[in-house]
Design a protein around this ligand. Structure first.
Ligand code: ADP
Ligand code: MG
Length: 349
């Protein structure tokens, strides 16, 4: 074994995945896409199966002080299913693995499962297995989601071409502000436990964090409208860093119109209350679980009047970089602030 020791923080999550995936060799013809997209793709004849997995760790990904277990169960399924929709595939099965400390009662885990079942019902997926073990501390939930699609309908992050239209669903930045509200109320609660949290006026943004939905409706719309996006991924890290993933894998640049980035009114107002710039929350917030995708300009009329789909810009040649055209008319390069603190020293993108 080499004596060298590299700190994880030095290369970051994406650096680590890159480094580990270098030594992976694909041996099976059915493996169409391995590491690097929202889900892996296995092709059998003209049908494909897609698989995605996620791990949620207590106090890293969720805080049970303000996360009801039922919501947590629902969210754990929704965020996985979101990766399946991001491939333009239909989710069909999930497996659920748990590591549980003795702090949790049977009833608490049943509550978690109520949320898991509700999500399975909503997304039409079957819970087909998993694993259960103990943990020394806290709760760990790992969910794997499986989906299916016709092989020629699978959409990768890598298919965007210059001239394509860049779109995003729903609205952005709300989950991040929901988190800020909950963290603020948590501090108040820890200091004065008798105070009741004031959350009613923030139910939209708090709901966006605690009970996100995967965009099943958009997947169904694509099918009905006979649209196959040229590229797609779900917005989990933040519009900015997810757009950078899409552009890197597609070898293209992008131009985003700040004025077109969808921010819900309550999100905008709450950002100002916190003295944040609303566009920064929308670009870098993360956990929105909206779909970011590109379509050929041929298909533009099919989406023009869809209220849940917003055209936010276009794909440009790689030499033009990834730029934000601000409301004030300036062009500024988009950077991946969402995970900047994990990045290499001096790496500036
Ligand atoms: P997403 O945000 O869509 O869930 P991630 O950023 O978590 O995607 O992962 C990016 C890619 O890296 C995916 O293809 C994922 O399967 C893969 N990946 C992540 N962690 C590992 C790991 N420890 N070993 C192998 N592949 C991994
Ligand atoms: Mg994803």
């Amino acid at each position: 074994m080499s004596q060298q020791r590299t700190e994880l923080g030095k290369i970051g999550e994406f650096g680590l995945i890159d480094r580990l995936s270098k030594s992976v060799q694909i041996k099976n013809e059915s493996t169409q896409k391995g590491i690097g997209d929202d889900a892996a793709v296995m092709q059998y004849g003209n049908r494909s199966t897609v698989v995605s997995t996620d791990l949620l760790v207590e106090n890293i990904h969720f805080d049970l002080i303000y996360t009801p277990l039922k919501h947590l169960g629902y969210k754990a399924v929704a965020v996985n299913v979101s990766d399946i929709y991001a491939m333009n595939a239909r989710p069909t099965q999930i497996t659920v693995s748990l590591a549980i400390s003795n702090r949790f009662s049977v009833e608490a885990i049943e509550e978690l499962y109520k949320g898991i079942h509700a999500a399975c019902e909503h997304y039409g997926v079957d819970l087909v297995g998993g694993d259960t073990t103990s943990s020394l501390r806290g709760l760990v939930i790992s969910i794997t989601a499986i989906g299916v699609a016709d092989a020629d309908k699978i959409v990768y992050r890598s298919g965007a071409r210059a001239g394509d239209i860049l779109c995003v669903t729903g609205d952005l930045g709300a989950a991040y502000l929901g988190l800020q509200v909950l963290e603020r109320e948590k501090q108040v609660y820890l200091e004065t436990p008798d105070m009741q949290p004031k959350l009613e006026e923030d139910d939209y943004i708090v709901g966006r964090l605690l009970k996100p939905e995967a965009r099943k409706d958009i997947f169904e719309f694509f099918k009905k409208a006979e649209i196959v996006p040229t590229s797609m991924l779900d917005v989990s890290d933040g519009l900015s860093s997810d757009l950078i993933h899409l552009c890197r894998q597609s070898n293209v640049g992008a131009l985003v119109e700040e004025a077109q980035v969808p921010i819900y009114e309550k999100t905008f107002q709450k950002a100002l209350d916190f003295k944040f710039d609303p566009i920064i929350c929308a670009l870098h917030g993360g956990e929105d679980y909206e779909l970011l995708f590109t379509i050929s300009p041929r298909d533009i009329d099919k989406i023009r009047f869809q209220t849940e789909i917003k055209i936010i810009g276009e794909i440009t040649p790689i030499k033009d970089g990834i730029q934000l055209h601000t409301k004030g008319g300036r062009m500024i390069p988009l950077v991946a602030q969402g995970w900047k603190h994990f990045q290499r020293d001096g790496d500036d993108d």
